[in-house]
Design a protein around this ligand. Structure first.
Ligand SMILES: NC(=O)c1ccc[n+]([C@@H]2O[C@H](COP(=O)([O-])OP(=O)(O)OC[C@H]3O[C@@H](n4cnc5c(N)ncnc54)[C@H](O)[C@@H]3O)[C@@H](O)[C@H]2O)c1
Length: 349
């Protein structure tokens, strides 16, 4: 049954992306931002002041004790998602976790298990899935328009300046990896959403430019999908000037190229009436691009995704990107790292 109650949001982790969450929440229907928390007082004060949030604390438990908070956004560093997300779930809150949902499959599973036990919804941010271009590609795949899938690949050739790698960025403990886990994860998720999960990968990783970081700044992987199709994932933060992320789906009866949310190529053996409009549409949902600057995205993708979660809570249905689906990108990326470390193909469990 749907409810008309205004849902209260809380945010844990008041850094760069939390600001996008706050802007997105301000533009939602049926929800409002109630409180924010961060372990650093200056960070929580900055966000609360900017968005005129009534409740700000350095004590996460205090935020979670509020009965007027229904949904919690976890926007801490990637390898520090689990602890606040677990606390939120155990407090009976629905939770939305930034990408990647966590940095190891074991930590993702611990969270999913706790959410099931608490009977709360758990969603993960993958705003790229909400673009019209991405949805058009997904619908065509579901309708079988590509025929037998042949090669399904993702390319993330981005640029990050040297000073980007400060604090937790590029560390194994809190970023969990580099160009693939942090920047490439959006494209990895889209690729597996479109083409299904690969069964096996063979990968290499290296540091081409950002030689001082623990994680890779460049990686390349070859994929074998369950369908028999092959593909590749290339990801870097070392390229100049940096290009928009690109997904290429080629099949026996059709092929497409998606660059950010713009459909660059759309060709099918059997044309359909809607194809002309799809080819003419260009970038219909502008979410910005993180290709050269991580803050050059805008909050619109987050707004679409958080609205979906609010509606899912009110209608008691599943959110569009559930935590268990976001697990796939983490499992695939960990297999890429394992293959690169071991120098041999790795099967994905
Ligand atoms: N969807 C996207 O396009 C996108 C873009 C950028 C970042 N992100 C993701 O958002 C997350 C945060 O990234 P960011 O760039 O905002 O990081 P950030 O370093 O700017 O902010 C993180 C904040 O979390 C706080 N924090 C850390 N541990 C905490 C804890 N246990 N309790 C409370 N607060 C804690 C830190 O003090 C800091 O203020 C990462 O997972 C990142 O991958 C997603």
């Amino acid at each position: 049954m749907s409810s008309s109650k205004t849902l209260g949001f809380g945010i844990i982790g008041c850094g760069v992306i939390a600001d996008f969450h706050a802007q997105a929440i301000a533009n939602l229907t049926g929800a409002r931002l109630v409180g924010v928390a961060d372990q650093i007082e200056a960070a929580v004060t900055r966000l609360a002041t900017k968005h005129k949030v009534g409740f700000a604390t350095t004590n996460v438990a205090e935020l979670l004790a509020r009965p007027d908070i229904d949904i919690v956004c976890v926007t801490t560093p990637s390898g520090a998602h689990l602890e606040p997300a677990l606390a939120a779930v155990k407090a009976g809150k629905h939770v939305v976790v930034e990408k990647p949902i966590e940095i190891t499959v074991e930590r993702v599973d611990e969270l999913l298990k706790a959410a099931d036990a608490a009977n709360v919804k758990i969603a993960a941010i993958f705003q790229s899935r909400f673009g019209n271009g991405a949805r058009t590609v997904k619908a065509a795949l579901d309708a079988g328009r590509f025929g037998k899938l042949v090669l399904c690949s993702a390319y993330v050739k981005w640029h990050r300046a040297a000073d980007y790698y400060r604090g937790w960025k590029g560390t194994l403990k809190l970023d969990g990896g580099g160009a693939v886990m942090n920047q490439g994860v959006h494209a990895v998720d889209l690729l597996q959403w479109f083409a299904g999960m690969p069964e096996e990968v063979f990968a290499w990783k290296t540091r081409r430019v950002h030689t001082g970081i623990e994680a890779e700044d460049t990686a390349a992987a070859t994929l074998r999908f369950a369908s028999g199709a092959l593909g590749s994932i290339e990801a870097t933060t070392a390229a100049y000037p940096g290009f928009n992320k690109r997904i290429e789906i080629t099949g026996s009866t059709g092929s497409c190229i998606l660059e950010d949310d713009r459909i660059l190529a759309w060709e099918f053996r059997e044309a359909r009436p809607e194809d002309a409009a799809i080819k003419a549409a260009g970038q219909t949902v502008d979410m910005g691009s993180g290709a050269t600057d991580p803050t050059a995205i805008n909050f619109y993708g987050h707004q679409l995704q958080l609205q979906d979660l609010v509606d899912a809570v009110r209608e008691n249905r599943r959110p569009a990107v559930e935590g268990r689906e976001a697990r796939n990108a983490v499992a695939l990326i960990r297999a890429i790292y394992a293959s690169a470390d071991q120098g041999k193909p790795v099967k994905i469990a």
